[in-house]
Design a protein around this ligand. Structure first.
Ligand code: BDR
Ligand code: CA
Length: 312
């Protein structure tokens, strides 16, 4: 299995992504780090701990808290309209969830990278604040990663916060720019592909009938899909972050194009926009951008992965 660490801001699709990763025989989840994004860091930490409990993850699986906001400017971006109260549609644990692991995500991520040079894949499914701060504070750590797989941006599609910008990049554009310009191997799973791989409401309804954590995840997905239906009139929903995880376990799900990429940080109308340059063959082409996706294969994989949590 591919060793991964997951930097996240749960968030419904983050929660589903974590459950998918923890159930995957193709992934070895070595730890989870958190960053403010969909909700505050406090809420994100509680949600991540709750999801690890629901997944029955080992008690010693590291869960390390990270940055409470973007690296440069302040931003008050939250997305409770889509993710529901508290970030998980009102789902709160009956008892206090597992404690956090001591330490800071920015240092912990670097330590894990340096521990096994060339092996670790960092899956970043929230704002890139922790990842950028880690690369800046520990310059030797980035090159020790195998790759960084990012959910963020919309290179060819419209954004979801503004016409130009997707949520994770809009929440911390300076961080996203730093990561994309780092020269490290980065794969981008943006709205270009996540919106082309909608998960049917009917699949969520099926999962909701299952026992245990699979049924809880099904309820979450069903409510998430219902909010999407109410807003956009489509009975299927992008489960953005889960596609990023699936792109690590099943890289052929997505069709990739190589190039370079950056993020607009100063544009009045375009702050947070992903700008991918897939034209020039003579530059260091270290970024791969997802352009196409096998939507049916992704839905099947997601249903199968979440259904593995169907224990009473
Ligand atoms: C991204 O923003 C968040 O709302 C989701 O969790 C996902 O990471 C999609 O734009
Ligand atoms: Ca997220």
């Amino acid at each position: 299995p591919t060793p991964v660490v997951i930097d996240c801001d749960p968030g419904v699709d983050d929660a589903v992504a974590l459950l998918l990763a923890l159930a995957s025989p193709d992934l070895d989840v070595r730890g989870v780090t958190t960053v403010a994004g969909n909700v505050s860091l406090t809420d994100v930490n509680r949600n991540a701990a709750h999801v690890l409990d629901l997944a029955g993850a080992p008690a010693d699986l590291p869960l390390v808290s990270g940055l409470a906001g973007p690296i440069a400017r302040t931003s008050r971006i939250r997305d409770e309209p889509m993710h529901g109260a508290g970030g998980l549609g009102g789902l709160v644990p009956d008892s206090p969830p597992r404690p956090l692991t001591p330490g800071h995500a920015v240092d912990w991520l670097a330590e894990r990278a340096l521990e096994s040079p060339g092996e670790l894949t960092l899956v970043a499914i929230g704002p890139l604040s922790n990842v950028a701060a880690m690369l800046a504070r520990h310059p030797e750590a980035g090159p020790a990663l195998r790759e960084i797989v990012v959910m963020g941006g919309a290179a060819f599609a419209q954004g979801n916060v503004t016409p130009a910008a997707e949520f994770n990049f809009h929440a911390d554009p300076e961080a996203a720019r730093y990561v994309l310009e780092s020269g490290l191997p980065v794969r981008i799973v943006g709205l270009d592909v996540t919106r082309a791989a909608l998960y049917p409401l009917t699949e969520a309804e099926y999962l909701a009938t299952l026992p245990g954590t699979a049924g809880i995840a099904g309820d979450l997905l069903r409510a998430y899909a219902q909010r999407y239906l109410d807003r956009f009139g489509v009975p299927a929903v992008p489960v953005h972050d889960a596609l990023a995880v699936a792109a690590v376990s099943h890289p052929d799900l997505v069709g990739w194009e190589e190039g370079t990429a950056s993020v607009e940080c100063s544009g009045e109308l375009t702050r947070g926009a992903l700008v991918a340059d897939l034209r020039t063959p003579d530059r260091t082409r270290h970024v791969r951008v997802g352009r196409t996706v096998d939507a049916d294969a992704f839905s099947a994989l997601l249903t199968e992965g979440i259904a593995r949590h169907a224990h009473p």
